[in-house]
Write a protein that binds this ligand. Structure first.
Ligand SMILES: *Cc1c(COP(=O)(O)O)cnc(C)c1O
Length: 415
């Protein structure tokens, strides 16, 4: 395969997902490689926002809870999202944030384990997990005050030895936010089960990026973001999945009125809904929640296998071009080359990673930066073209060759 800009244009010409790019509003002159952090805006979202704010809120007022279907949005959107993560109808809700949902499922998992075997006190995870996941686990363990503690491993290879008969829960993020490393969900869930533990998965960097088979994989609980690869909008509510076998016993501590069997009977005693609504808490940010549907609707026009094939082609091309054109610079690939262990992002470490990323953003190539020294490039097959990959590497090579970055510039709060 000869690599040239023309070759990339030819790949775009034969790309069966190419037409979906027009479903997104992307600013001119920008190559957006940060859809893993905040997905681009579906064109339909602006019209939907006008309708919701102008018509449903403005004219419908309180009637819209019924008439516009606001009240049932968490379950209706959950059913629409379910096929993307390999779940069935009635198993997913879209609600709250990933952090809050993790708190709920982790508490539910610890509770069901304690009922069975009260000596299991350890939550196993990775030190490299996204910090909020570790903070939530630490906070919950401290709050419960019953001897729960976290055991953190330094690499995926250490997990097998770390999960034992003291383990209550194996809590993993499927695709690592920093390195892009992907776990084998089926193997890791099986490992947890062999040792009597439960498997809780965070799919923040997986949903909409890689094919998932939650039900078939044997996972117990899962949470994930909608504002990353699912393009739901900034801060859009997250999702929560409970394996059907756990639903009847699912107890979570944020037992607000939306989780009640009959919210409008207004009883003083809590009685959980018989279905997945028991994972809800209270009133949702409807304007934001409704936007999630615009992102999900685009996925209905394709499938995760096609998205995965293009994702791997894009990330392979990026790795190959960077290694070819920037070989003499101190860049280190931290993302696995093995397709079976790679999500939909590529990360390169560079001694001046932050400054180089700022220079890239200044020239319209938007990725982001994560400590320590890591430049992150997310590839979203729905709207990223092969020629974007070529052009992004062209600009990266130019910045590195000319040292056109400022190592003294002050840092923004959000990197
Ligand atoms: C992005 C991300 C989150 C974000 O959680 P919020 O509650 O939405 O802030 C959580 N976990 C992981 C692994 C993430 O990548």
């Amino acid at each position: 395969m000869s690599l040239s800009r023309e070759h990339c244009l030819a790949l775009d010409a034969h790309d069966e997902l190419a037409a979906l790019r027009s479903e997104f509003e992307l600013p001119r002159g920008v190559i957006y490689l940060d859809g893993n952090s905040l997905g681009a805006r579906p064109c339909a979202a602006l019209e939907r926002a006008r309708e919701l704010i102008g018509e449903e809120w403005g004219n419908g007022l309180i009637r819209s809870w019924n008439k516009a279907g606001w009240f049932t949005l968490p379950t209706r959107l959950g059913d629409k999202l379910a096929p993307l993560v390999g779940a069935g109808a009635g198993q997913v809700v879209v609600t709250d944030s990933t952090s809050v949902n993790l708190f709920k499922v982790l508490a539910a998992a610890l509770h069901s384990q304690a009922e069975r075997d009260d000596k299991r006190k350890v939550i196993v995870s990775e030190r490299s997990n996204f910090p909020t996941d570790l903070y939530i686990a630490q906070g919950l363990a401290a709050w419960l005050d019953r001897g729960y503690r976290l055991r953190l491993v330094d690499s995926p290879a250490e997990l097998a030895a770390a999960v034992d008969d003291s383990t209550a829960v194996l809590m993993l993020t499927h695709v690592n936010y920093r390195t892009g490393h992907m776990h084998d969900m089926e193997a890791m869930s099986a490992l947890a089960h062999e040792r009597g533990a439960l498997a809780v998965w965070d799919l923040a960097h997986s949903a909409g990026a890689v094919p998932l088979a939650l039900e078939a994989s044997g996972a117990d609980y899962a949470v994930g973001c909608t504002y990353k690869y699912l393009n739901g909008g900034p801060g859009a509510p997250a999702f929560l999945w409970v394996a059907p076998r756990h639903l009847a016993g699912f107890r979570q501590p944020l037992s607000g009125w939306w989780a009640h069997a009959s919210p409008f009977v207004m009883q003083p005693e809590f009685s959980p809904a018989p279905d997945i609504r028991r994972a809800l808490c209270g009133t949702q940010p409807i304007a934001s929640l409704a936007m999630v549907e615009c992102g999900l609707d685009i996925f209905l026009r394709t499938d995760m296998q096609r998205i995965r094939a293009k994702s791997l082609a894009l990330t392979d091309l990026f790795i190959r071009l960077v290694e070819q054109r920037c070989a003499h610079h101190p860049l280190e690939l931290v993302t696995p080359r093995d397709h079976g262990q790679r999500g939909s992002q590529v990360s390169f470490a560079h001694p001046h990673g932050y400054a180089v990323m700022q220079a890239l953003i200044g020239r319209g190539v938007i990725g982001d930066y994560r400590e320590p020294g890591i430049m992150r490039f997310g590839f979203t097959p729905l709207y990223t073209r092969f020629v974007d990959v070529w052009d992004a590497v062209d600009i990266l090579a130019d910045i590195l060759d000319n040292r056109a970055y400022d190592t003294e510039a002050p840092r923004d709060a959000v990197t």
